[in-house]
Design a protein around this ligand. Structure first.
Ligand SMILES: Cc1ncc(COP(=O)(O)O)c(C=O)c1O
Length: 402
């Protein structure tokens, strides 16, 4: 018997091979430079970055980069240890206090990256517990429930969730876990509906607000604040609207304390470096002091969605700055992606497993201006005409979640 080669399982490399056969090289493209107006230099060419999670353009903001440099000089490059033992700085505690207040929660814990904040949720899933998870949850939430001991029940919509809650064992804890804004399609979870089901069935509601914290809600506190819904725990990434790196868990003090004492991704991983903490603190101060930046990002995003829809490219189901345009095949999406790249616009080419349908995923940042938006739209128009891509007439405008 010949043992199977563990390195020959299906994966992204298959999509890469299909695309390469069509002359498309879309993944792991590296930039030699990034500029403050959200451009990148790839292969010696300056292209407009229209696929970044830096929604507020803060990763190159002078106050953010200067705060990072000052912390780097003062504390060094890393803390060489986990928060629980030798890795904690006053700076971490300050960020946790400010993040908790910003998110309207009692307490917060900061982790090295958002993926690890979500993995911490595995500590909530004992053998007797059940996690009810949206079928489109981010990979890190999927892995968190895989790592936990409890049962996992995936749901498609609220009706399906209700039936799964009905069928769940009466004893044992119940957790409903969802993305706030879904990272690929850009639509948002029905938090009022989820809260009501959670209350009816005695479940805790946990929301990953990686793509909505800093962006949505009257003060930018995320999707829950749009609806005035209380959630039991919020998780998120500091690598998107905050333009830095890190993850966050926020909720009642006793919940955060439990996770800080039980979650292995918190206990057994080095603390987020001081420069990143200082950058997040500076970004948070800007988010709170300059709501116009967030509103500008939303205005540009609305222009992007409605411009694409005006050209006949549907961006449903998104109601956030993430604009997904679907294609019937990966090869067609790839050809479109390559055309945009040639025209000087960098987007994200997404296929399975990140999304069921091949798509080009776009997002602008608050650093882009109307000329940049016009560049993206005219590139879309030109590439679509050249490739003879089918368009849909009379798509109604979208109103973004705010
Ligand atoms: C919804 C969601 N949650 C969590 C993460 C992980 O965050 P991080 O990149 O900080 O690890 C991401 C992506 O980066 C995400 O899109």
């Amino acid at each position: 018997m010949v043992a199977a080669d563990p390195f020959l399982k299906p994966g992204l490399h298959q999509a890469e091979d299909i695309l390469k056969a069509h002359g498309v090289d879309a993944y792991y493209r590296s930039a030699a430079e990034r500029t403050g107006d959200s451009h990148v230099v790839i292969d010696g060419r300056k292209v407009l970055m229209a696929g970044s999670g830096d929604y507020l353009g803060l990763s190159t903001h002078p106050k953010v980069t200067e705060a990072a440099v000052a912390a780097l000089r003062r504390f060094g490059t890393g803390v060489a240890g986990s928060r629980v033992l030798n890795g904690s700085l006053d700076l971490h505690a300050e960020l946790e206090g400010r993040m908790a207040a910003f998110l309207g929660q009692e307490a917060a814990a900061v982790t090295a990256v958002g993926f690890l904040a979500n993995l911490a949720l595995s500590a909530l899933l004992g053998r007797e517990d059940t996690a009810f998870v949206d079928a489109r949850n981010h990979a890190s939430l999927v892995d968190a429930t895989r790592l936990g001991w409890g049962k996992v029940r995936s749901y498609r919509d609220l009706t399906h969730l209700r039936s799964r809650l009905e069928a769940a064992p009466a004893d044992g804890g119940r957790l409903i876990i969802t993305d706030g804004a879904f990272s690929m399609e850009g639509d948002v979870a029905d938090l009022p509906g989820l809260r009501s089901l959670a209350d009816s069935y005695g479940a805790k509601l946990i929301v990953d607000s990686a793509h909505d914290m800093g962006v949505l809600g009257p003060d930018g506190a995320g999707l829950a604040s749009v609806h005035g819904v209380s959630v039991d725990l919020v998780t998120g990434s500091l690598s998107k609207a905050f333009g830095s790196v890190g993850g966050v868990l926020a909720g009642p003090s006793s919940y955060v304390r439990y996770l800080r004492s039980n979650a292995r991704s918190v206990l057994f991983s080095t603390a987020v470096p001081p420069a990143s903490v200082a950058a997040t603190l500076a970004a948070l101060a800007i988010i709170m002091a300059e709501p116009a930046r967030r509103l500008r990002a939303l205005e540009l995003a609305e222009g992007l969605h409605n411009g694409l829809r005006g050209l006949g490219y549907d961006t449903r189901p998104s109601t956030t700055p993430i604009a997904p345009v679907r294609f019937p095949s990966l090869a067609q999406a790839g050809a479109f992606w390559a055309g945009l790249f040639e025209a000087g616009v960098f987007t994200n080419l997404v296929g399975p497993p990140a999304a069921a349908d091949p798509m080009i995923r776009l997002a602008l940042t608050a650093n882009h201006d109307d000329t940049h938006l016009a560049t993206v739209l005219s590139a879309f128009d030109e590439v679509g005409r050249r490739l003879g891509v089918e368009r849909q007439p009379d798509l109604p405008p979208v109103v973004l979640t705010r």
